[in-house]
Design a protein. Structure first.
Length: 283
């Protein structure tokens, strides 16, 4: 997949899925089996990429879905339509998850609309490649941590009082947490923090019957990378260095989120799943 950053770059992340060529594959691959019947899920970064694929799959399995996104309204509206075509209710909420007050508003809107929260998927994130650590500005460093890990704290804090026994939290970490990534120093550091957050939050909440797990995708074809989250060199061979030899698609990651959200994983908490193209990493 040879795609130059200059061909698709936008002024800022996360980028539009509607502009990508080839288009990411978000479509669920199988009929639903009712594993999330009448559940209510919040999915951050739900407008595109892994978030869209997860929203589509959750809806097919019977969940109503609130998708939280930064600014890509066209993509968010498309995802809402996908949810509704599965016969479920969608709620779109635009704003910056790095703002704790906005996170409180997200939870308030979901409770007003649906009356409960069963599943929280902390998926939203951003990345900025830099060849040298001295190129990372203070503004970028703070922003990456604010979006990738602070937002998870803020939204989980806001949702906590509404999460009852049987609820599930699934956080999106990354293969870069395990393998490292020379041009993604700050991003990889946040993903390490997310993994530690997942394990610690699991220990904190398990006695209340709330399970916390994570998914660590490898290179997945989403708007994040060609819109500025990857260098030209990274895009030239994107995903080709995995044992499978290609980038993954969002609908190859979404089933991991579904498994951790439903009762199929009732004996799992504090764990990480690795849809990463075959790389063997520590768990």
């Amino acid at each position: 997949m040879s795609l130059k950053q200059t061909e698709l770059h936008e002024d800022g992340l996360p980028g539009k899925e509607s502009t990508l060529d080839p288009k990411p594959e978000w479509q669920p691959r199988y009929p639903g089996s009712g594993r999330l019947t009448d559940k209510v899920a919040i999915i951050t970064g739900g407008d595109s990429g892994i978030g869209r694929a997860t929203a589509a799959l959750f809806a097919r399995e019977g969940a109503d879905v609130a998708i939280v996104y930064l600014k890509e309204t066209e993509d968010a509206d498309k995802t809402a339509k996908i949810i509704e075509e599965e016969g479920r209710t969608a709620l779109t909420i635009e704003g910056d998850l790095g703002d704790p007050e906005f996170c409180k508003q997200v939870v308030d809107k979901v409770i007003d609309k649906f009356g409960k929260i069963d599943i929280l998927v902390n998926n939203a994130g951003e990345q900025h490649p830099d060849k040298d650590i001295t190129e990372i500005t203070d503004k970028q460093l703070r922003r990456t941590f604010q979006t990738n890990i602070f937002a998870m704290f803020y939204l989980t804090q806001a949702a906590r009082k509404h999460l009852k026994k049987g609820a599930a939290i699934i956080n999106c970490t990354s293969v870069t947490m395990y393998k490292g990534s020379p041009p993604l120093l700050d991003y990889s550091a946040t993903k390490g923090a997310i993994t530690a957050f997942t394990r610690s939050l699991s220990e904190n909440l398990i006695s209340d019957g709330i399970r916390v797990n994570a998914v660590a995708p490898g290179p997945i074809w989403t708007p994040l990378n060609p819109s500025g989250g990857a260098t030209d060199e990274m895009l030239e061979t994107f995903g080709e260095n995995t044992p499978i030899g290609r980038p993954g698609q969002p609908n190859e990651v979404a089933p991991s989120f579904l498994f951790l959200a439903c009762e199929d994983s009732s004996y799992m908490s504090g764990q990480v799943l690795h849809p990463n193209g075959g790389d063997i990493v520590g768990s």
